[in-house]
Each structure stands twice: as structure tokens, then as C-alpha cells.
Design a protein around this ligand. Structure first.
Ligand SMILES: Cc1cc2nc3c(=O)[nH]c(=O)nc-3n(C[C@H](O)[C@H](O)[C@H](O)COP(=O)(O)OP(=O)(O)OC[C@H]3O[C@@H](n4cnc5c(N)ncnc54)[C@H](O)[C@@H]3O)c2cc1C
Length: 491
């Protein structure tokens, strides 16, 4: 058991010297704001909030924290939905919002370098204005959330079918290690040239920082891949009137390279996104069971038509009921409500409002949002979807399910969404999550991502013990005093 130091007056004074007193707070009101997130996870107050402006500030903070053995939690928007910024052992929360510069976009070499506080909204506005022929791959996460945190957390976005999870987009990093050294990862380490376009052929050390939930250092810059905007970017909806058709067609689609991205929603999720409130009505005979949004690129009208024709053929071939076939339509055909649904990033107030009760129930203190997200084999799509659906209903929650083909179908992400009322539903949410996590690991063969500490315990129990020992050794080498986001991944 590690024994941590406290944020004493002496420590606060040293932090003042690094960032200036106006960017250090120990006020109770401020600590409260950083003590929780939108999930059901137990809140915990930090002892101080510090807001650095540049890598040197971050270095100063980490040197102090390391000297006094004080826990440090990196933080941008706390929208990870895993409780990952709740400071389990108190200490210092390092809020990185002031580091919000887009450092450089290089069109020829197809990358952009951003600081931690650059949000999806900011990056999109920057690229649209300055580099309109290039784009990034955006998530359903709200526009105020961090591009870097999303990539470091192996997030999933519009074009994940084609490119895989967002860790794959990272081609260069600058990191402040827990002991205070600043280092670069990738060919940007060739300092003279300042090229941030690739991380190979050096041994790939980016994986020391990707997926670690802020436990191995504070990343101060990342370079991420840009995508050249195609002349034609088409969006379509595939409407499935039964789940079996969807579970048959998506793996088929994954065998092709026809699309760039997809999002599949249970129809209950579509109703929620369009504004339906809890409880979601039972589906009617005439309702679809799920809807898939797809993106595909084309470089000529001829190519677009050819792709449409193949997609249409796949719809026909995978339809088991000729009277209710899989139907492919342009998004606009669904009406005004649907037409912008895949234009990301976008705020998603309906997610939060769905079950919040705050408008009608004065005892509710807030809208909650939780989920289980899993990386799983595509062969378990049907099991993950159908049993997950039943488990959610059994626990009295709407079966809000979202899935996505990843990396040309090498795997899928299956996500069970749980908007809830805080604090009334906290216990019920945890019970549902427990059952979903056990089901996902033991039956589906899935590993949860953005994994809260309690779920990480379940994962670690089932992992190869030598994997766990290696992970602990790596972490101990980088962070001998275990100051970085302690408790995460249960390592
Ligand atoms: C409605 C909704 C929809 C969402 N949809 C998606 C989606 O489609 N795809 C998806 O992938 N995610 C999604 N998310 C999750 C989340 O929004 C993103 O992953 C997001 O980009 C995280 O950004 P953040 O600013 O909230 O990070 P935070 O929660 O502040 O940080 C996340 C983690 O990264 C660590 N961290 C932050 N910055 C650094 C740093 N510089 N160095 C080291 N560690 C750091 C933190 O300690 C923490 O562990 C969604 C969230 C919501 C609320």
C-alpha cells in the first residue's frame, strides 16, 4: 500500500511559483466541481486544482508532486463516462484546459498537432477555416471534449471502420513523465526536423501512454492523422426490421472495403436521440429494430453509383423477409430530424435529458450518464446485442445499444448506454453494469474500454497473470512513486 503525501501550505506555495496563484485553487467550491462526473461513480474531493499553461508548467507540477508523493489526476472535461478523472486518492487535479493551442497542421504530411485542451469543436472550426480540404474523424462525444483524451483513451469515431480506434491516429507525442522529464515519441524525436508524421520504425513507445488512463505521464502534445476530404462523402441509413438481418449483414459488410464508417443503434436509441423520454414505448410491429448510419467516400459519380449498387445488392441478399427488407435510404429521407444526425461533433442534450427527471422532480440533483463500452469479436455481434438487450430490459432500463465496426471489421465496439436519474438510480445502474461486465467478459470475450476501477478489477482477475505483472513493472518503472492517477486499471 502506497502512502501518499498531502497538499500542504508549502506545496501550495511551490505550485503558486510554477503557474501563478490565480491558477491554483484549494477552495471547497472548486474542489467539489472536480470531485465527480456524470456517472454513478463515488465522488472524491481532490486537495488542489492546478491549471498549467505549457509543458514547462506541467513539468514543474509533476516535479513537486513526485517530490512530495502527491497523487495527480490529469483532467480536461471529465466526459469519459468511466469516472476516470475522479481523484481516487485525492491530491492534485491538473486541469489542462488552458493548453488549448492547435500547434500546426501539415497538409502534405497529413497531420495536426494539438495540445490537451483542444476540443473536438475547436479542432473542427480550425480545420474548416484553415484547411478545408482536410478533416478529422469525430466522435459522438460533445464538442467541448478533448481530442487528445479521446485518442489516448482509444476512442471510436466516424471513420473507425476504415482506420480503427483513435489510438491508431496518434503519430507523435510529447510527454512529461511522472518524474518530470519531457520526452518526444515517434519521429518527432528527431529534434532537428520537427516532423510529427509517423511513429515507426523506432520501437513504438506511444503504447506506454495510450490506454493507460493518465497513469504513465501527462501528454502535452499529440500529432494525429488528418484525412483528405473526398470529393463525395455520402451518408446513408440502413433500416433493419429484424435484428437477425442486421447481425448477418454487418459482418458481410465488414468483409468489403466499401464504407469508411458506421454507427448502429437499437431503434430505442434512435427514439431517445430524437427526443423520446423515459420510459421508451414498446416497439410497434411497424418499427424497425435497429438503424445503421454509414459513411462512404467516392472520387467520382461513377464510383458512388457503383458502391450504392453493391450496397443495395447486399441489402437484398441479407433480407430474410421479402415483405420487410433491409432498406437503404439517404439520411434526408428520414426527415429533418435525421438529416444532421451523423454531422459530428454535435451536442447531445437528449442523452442527458432522457431520464434525468430534473425538470419534473425537485429531489433529483442531476442528470446521470453511464455506459459499458466493449471491444469484442465481430463473431459475437448477435450474442452481445441480443443478450445485452435482454439484460438492460430485465433491470428496467431502456435497451439503448450502440455498436460499430472497427478496423475493417477486425473487431466491433458494443456499447450499452445508460442515461439515468442521479442519485436515485445510482445503485440500479451499478447492478446493471455489474451484470453487463460479467456477461461481456465471460460470454462475449470482450474487454471494457474507458474502464472504471471496479470493472478493471474484474478484467485483471481474468487476465494472464504475466500480463498483469508486466503492466505493473512498466508502470513502476515510469512512475516509481505511483503518483499518476493511482487506482486506475487497478494496477
Ligand atoms: C454523450 C457522450 C457521447 C460520447 N461519445 C463518444 C464516442 O462516440 N466515442 C468515444 O470514443 N468517446 C465518446 N465519449 C467519451 C468521451 O467524451 C471522449 O472519450 C472524450 O473525448 C474524453 O474527453 P474529456 O475531455 O472528457 O477527457 P477527460 O475525461 O477529462 O479525461 C479522460 C482520461 O484521460 C486522462 N487524460 C486527459 N488528458 C490527459 C493527458 N494530456 N495526458 C494523460 N492523460 C490524460 C484523464 O486522466 C482521464 O483518465 C462520449 C461522451 C459523452 C458524454
Amino acid at each position: 500500500m502506497v502512502s501518499y503525501g498531502k497538499v500542504t501550505n508549502e506545496v501550495v506555495k511551490k505550485l503558486h511559483d510554477v503557474v501563478g496563484p490565480e491558477f491554483v485553487s484549494t477552495d471547497r467550491e472548486d474542489l467539489y466541481i472536480y470531485s465527480f462526473d456524470m456517472t454513478e461513480e463515488q465522488p472524491k474531493d481532490p486537495e488542489a486544482i492546478v491549471m498549467p499553461e505549457n509543458p514547462k508548467d506541467v513539468q514543474g507540477i509533476l516535479k513537486i508532486a513526485n517530490e512530495y508523493k502527491i497523487p495527480v489526476t490529469p483532467y480536461v472535461s471529465a466526459a469519459n463516462i468511466g469516472g476516470l478523472t475522479i481523484p481516487l486518492h485525492g491530491g492534485i487535479v491538473v486541469d489542462l484546459k488552458r493548453m488549448n493551442r492547435v500547434i500546426k497542421a501539415d497538409e502534405k504530411n497529413k497531420y495536426v498537432i494539438v495540445e490537451p485542451g483542444v476540443t473536438f469543436g475547436r479542432l473542427k472550426a480550425y480545420l474548416d477555416k484553415n484547411h478545408p480540404d482536410y478533416m478529422y474523424s469525430y466522435a459522438f462525444s460533445p464538442p467541448h471534449t478533448s481530442v487528445m483524451a479521446n485518442a489516448l483513451l482509444e476512442g471510436l469515431t466516424e471513420y473507425s471502420y476504415r482506420y480503427g480506434c483513435m489510438g491508431e491516429f496518434i503519430v507523435g507525442l510529447e510527454v512529461v513523465l511522472p518524474t518530470g522529464e519531457i520526452t518526444r515519441i515517434g519521429n518527432c524525436a528527431l529534434m532537428k526536423h520537427d516532423n510529427w508524421n509517423q511513429k515507426y520504425p523506432l520501437p513504438d513507445m506511444s503504447s506506454l501512454f495510450i490506454g493507460w488512463q493518465g497513469m504513465t505521464g501527462i501528454v502535452t502534445k499529440i500529432s494525429v492523422k488528418l484525412i483528405a476530404r473526398p470529393p463525395i462523402l455520402e451518408k446513408r441509413m440502413l433500416i433493419f426490421f429484424n435484428r437477425q438481418d442486421m447481425c448477418k449483414m454487418l459482418p458481410d459488410l465488414a468483409r468489403t472495403e466499401l464504407i469508411q464508417g458506421d454507427f448502429t443503434f437499437s431503434f430505442e436509441t434512435v427514439l431517445m436521440m430524437l427526443g423520446a423520454k423515459h420510459p421508451i414505448r414498446e416497439l410497434k410491429e411497424s418499427d424497425p429494430e435497429s438503424v445503421t448510419g454509414i459513411y462512404f467516400f467516392a472520387y467520382s459519380e461513377k464510383e458512388k453509383k457503383a458502391k450504392e449498387k453493391v450496397l443495395q445488392k447486399m441489402c437484398t441478399e441479407n433480407s430474410t423477409n421479402a415483405k420487410r427488407p433491409i432498406t437503404m435510404v439517404p439520411l434526408e429521407l428520414g426527415g429533418d430530424k435525421y438529416k444532421d444526425i451523423l454531422d459530428l461533433p454535435r451536442p447531445l442534450p437528449n442523452f442527458m435529458e432522457f431520464r434525468s427527471g430534473i425538470k419534473t422532480d425537485p429531489d433529483q440533483i442531476g442528470a446521470g450518464m453511464s455506459w459499458l463500452g466493449t471491444f469484442c469479436p465481430i463473431s459475437s455481434l448477435q450474442l452481445g446485442y441480443e443478450k445485452g438487450y435482454d439484460i438492460m430490459k430485465k433491470h428496467g432500463f431502456a435497451p439503448l445499444i450502440f455498436s460499430k465496426l472497427m478496423d475493417s471489421g477486425h473487431f466491433i465496439v458494443m456499447r450499452y448506454l445508460i442515461p439515468f436519474q442521479k442519485p436515485k438510480d445510482n445503485q440500479a445502474v451499478r447492478e446493471l453494469l455489474e451484470e453487463l461486465v460479467d456477461f461481456a467478459i465471460d460470454e462475449v470475450g470482450a474487454i471494457p474500454y474507458k474502464c472504471p476501477a471496479w470493472a478493471a478489477k474484474k478484467v485483471l482477475k481474468r487476465l494472464d497473470p504475466n500480463w498483469v505483472a508486466l503492466a505493473r513493472r512498466i508502470r513502476g518503472t515510469l512512475d516509481p512513486n505511483k503518483i499518476m492517477n493511482p487506482g486506475r486499471w487497478n494496477l
